[in-house]
Design a protein around this ligand. Structure first.
Ligand SMILES: [Zn+2]
Length: 218
């Protein structure tokens, strides 16, 4: 399951995406608009492009791929539905693809894994360990494919664990987020705007899925 973060239409549907949804341990906005580069290349356009490249790579390898949205709906879906789509598909692995909006001086990528969250519809206990394995493989393969360094302004050694993301809290299948770079940083923005770099990003994620799905969990 591939979740392209945000939606290019969210900016025109602020009322809908600002509606509060239950993420298990609290309430958050249904969805957000995401960030953009200084030149105006939106995170939503970035995530959709990388997701389509990733889908093509995985389908060529024989995987069955489900997207949460493919530019085919005016806004959203809400983070709750993004999780539900992966759950309903009984996905072997799931990823939500993002670009960060950090301080302009910060650069690099990081992977976000689910914390232990139990409450309401959230119970990440069963997915914490497999998601961690997926996250470690993603950090390794994404860096190998893109040469992007670990983020120097957030996370630790390219890894973070969070309990505030509905897309992770409500997942019943192994799932991680990736912030592929900081779109507010000139260097990262230049790379993320380059289609050739986006292909490398997709390849790195595909390599991580392949490794995850074809190696023993130990
Ligand atoms: Zn995002």
């Amino acid at each position: 399951m591939i979740d392209p973060g945000h939606n290019p239409g969210n900016v025109d549907h602020t009322t809908e995406i600002n509606a509060q949804v239950d993420v298990g341990n609290g309430h958050k906005e249904c969805d957000t608009t995401g960030t953009e580069t200084d030149a105006g290349y939106s995170e939503a356009a970035y995530t959709l492009d990388v997701s389509n490249r990733l889908r093509d790579l995985l389908q060529t390898l024989g995987a069955k791929v489900v997207l949460t949205q493919d530019g085919d709906r005016p806004w959203g879906p809400c983070v709750t539905e993004r999780a539900a789509i992966g759950n309903a598909a009984h996905a072997d692995a799931a990823i939500s693809i993002h670009g960060d909006g950090g301080p302009a001086t910060g650069s690099g990528f990081h992977v976000i894994m689910p914390a232990e969250v139990k409450g309401g519809a959230a119970d990440t206990g069963p997915i914490v360990a497999p998601s961690h394995r997926l996250g470690l493989l993603l950090r390794e393969k994404f860096q190998a494919a893109t040469a992007e360094p670990y983020a120097d302004y957030v996370a630790q050694q390219g890894l973070d664990t969070r309990s505030d993301l509905g897309g992770l809290n409500l997942s019943t299948v192994p799932k991680v987020f990736i912030e592929c770079g900081n779109m507010r940083n000139a260097g990262d923005a230049g790379r993320m705007t380059d289609p050739q770099w986006r292909q490398k990003a997709a390849q790195g994620i595909a390599d991580a899925f392949t490794a995850y799905l074809t190696t023993a969990s130990g």
